[in-house]
Write a protein that binds this ligand. Structure first.
Ligand code: ZN
Length: 477
């Protein structure tokens, strides 16, 4: 079913108010990280609840265990059992603002400049909340009803790892049961190019502590027969890479699923500019990418594992003395290809780093995270429905993309609400600088995404029939 023009018109007539609501929501510093006031996070939750109530959603509540930033839930299920139920997800918590002096306008006082809105959380993910709420509002105001049943869950601890999400979803499973999950917190490949994310990489983090001496020593009196912990650590880490910096951890890629020719072709057809890839990354003149492999950059980013040292500790330069350093530490971070076994890679890495350490140093390893990636089929009636909605909103055919990051909320949804397919879309574009300073939202894309959301509700109204037909076809084949 296609959304009537008047519903889209209604959303467009109300766009200035919607933007005002986004700005108001972005003025609340709902930083979920420890050390920031939790009262602001709850204030933001209450404001989201107020908006949900105002548009006509029912059973609006703040839920979740005490001491955990609340989940805002709401629903409207009067479309009836013959219509599908969409579970709509977004999050209202934000990252800390970072270095305030690096912001060109205050992080919690959003400002419009050159077609973008600047402020912490505007794109990640308060715009996601507003497009969903405003699409519902346009349907109610124009038609007095929705073409589908909807349930909302708006989270307050996404930026700190969605720690309690899975147990919350399991506890509220009945209440949140749905046929499709729509998660609006991912990125578009380019500004103005609508994108559906169909895979995420996983993550394994291992902290390596090296202890060689029980106290630092004078490097002149002892150096030579006695080594130092910083050398031991860097020599150990160096074994992960060859002289060119390519990862050589044995066995790392053993369980990376091979992409089909069709998938490789689809990746090769996506727009890509090596020059802007270099510039966007801020690669220094003369530096090269680590692309020794034949694979395209997208294949590497989304479908191959990667290893990085994300923390390194010994003695800072300004405290350097002629000393043999007694202990040193680092974090080894592995991004996993979707489909790789996170526990296997964790065990492999731990075994590799604890074998035969330089100078026989004491090595202690702590696993900080082991999260598998996620992948869904790039076909299906849900993807087709989302494609049509995005094409209408943006005036361009959407692309299917992967994501090199590891979004912690996706797997809990798939596990807790087993069977319901997840559609991932969002508003981040390459220059939005989410998590960094001067985070911003492209206002043209906000408009397009809102129109898409209006269409999305309509496109999913025949989902149950489409799904039944699809299963029938599979059954016959
Ligand atoms: Zn986010």
């Amino acid at each position: 079913m296609q959304a009537p023009d008047r519903v889209v018109q209604c959303a467009m007539d109300r766009l200035p108010q919607t933007l005002g609501e986004l700005e108001a929501l972005s003025r609340i510093p709902s930083v979920s990280a420890p050390g920031f006031p939790p009262s602001e996070v709850s204030r933001c939750a209450r404001e989201v609840a107020r908006l949900l109530e105002e548009v006509g959603l029912q059973k609006v509540e703040l839920l979740g265990p005490a001491g955990v930033h609340p989940y805002v839930v709401a629903e409207w299920t009067e479309a009836g059992p013959e219509k599908p139920t969409l579970l709509l997800y977004a999050h209202y918590d934000v990252q800390p603002p970072g270095r305030e002096t690096h912001w060109h306008s205050p992080p919690f006082d959003p400002e419009k400049r050159e077609g973008r809105l600047y402020g912490r959380g505007v794109v990640d993910d308060k715009a996601g909340i507003l497009i969903l709420i405003s699409a519902v509002r346009a349907w109610f105001e124009s038609e007095g009803t929705l073409p589908v049943n909807v349930k909302f869950v708006v989270e307050g601890e996404e930026e700190i790892g969605s720690t309690h999400l899975e147990s919350f979803l399991l506890e509220t499973k009945e209440r949140l049961s749905a046929d499709i999950i729509v998660l609006t917190d991912t990125a578009n490949l380019e500004t103005g190019l609508p994108s559906l994310t169909t895979s995420l990489r996983g993550l394994v983090n291992v902290d390596v502590h090296v202890k060689l001496l029980d106290h630092p020593l004078h490097s002149g009196m002892w150096g030579g027969p006695i080594g130092d912990a910083a050398t031991a650590l860097t020599a150990l880490l160096g074994r992960l890479f060859d002289a060119q910096g390519e990862v050589i951890l044995p066995g790392l890629s053993d369980d990376v699923p091979e992409l089909s020719q069709h998938e490789k072709k689809a990746l090769a057809e996506l727009p890509f500019s090596r020059a802007s890839f270099r510039t966007d990354a801020g690669l220094m003149p003369g530096s090269r990418t680590t692309a020794a492999s034949e694979a395209s950059v997208y294949e590497q980013l989304w479908n191959h594992p990667a290893v990085a040292i994300t923390a390194l500790e010994a003695i800072p330069l300004d405290r350097a003395a002629n000393q043999l350093i007694d202990s040193a530490a680092a974090r080894v971070s592995v991004r996993l290809a979707p489909g790789q076994n996170a526990e296997r890679v964790r065990d492999l890495l731990v075994e590799f780093l604890s074998t035969n350490p330089p100078f026989g140093a004491q090595v202690t390893l702590e696993c900080e995270a082991a999260v598998p990636g996620w992948r869904r089929s790039s076909e299906g009636s849900d993807i087709e429905a989302a494609r049509r909605a995005l094409a209408r909103g943006y005036g361009r055919e959407p692309v299917l993309i992967g994501c090199g990051g590891s979004i912690p909320f996706v797997a809990p949804f798939s596990r807790a609400l087993s069977g319901a397919p997840a559609v991932l879309l969002g508003l981040e574009d390459p220059i939005c600088n989410a998590h960094g300073e001067n985070e911003s939202l492209h206002l043209g894309d906000f408009r397009s995404a809102l129109i898409s959301a209006v269409h999305l509700l309509a496109e999913f109204s025949d989902f149950l029939e489409m799904q039944a037909e699809e299963t029938g076809r599979v059954g016959e084949a």
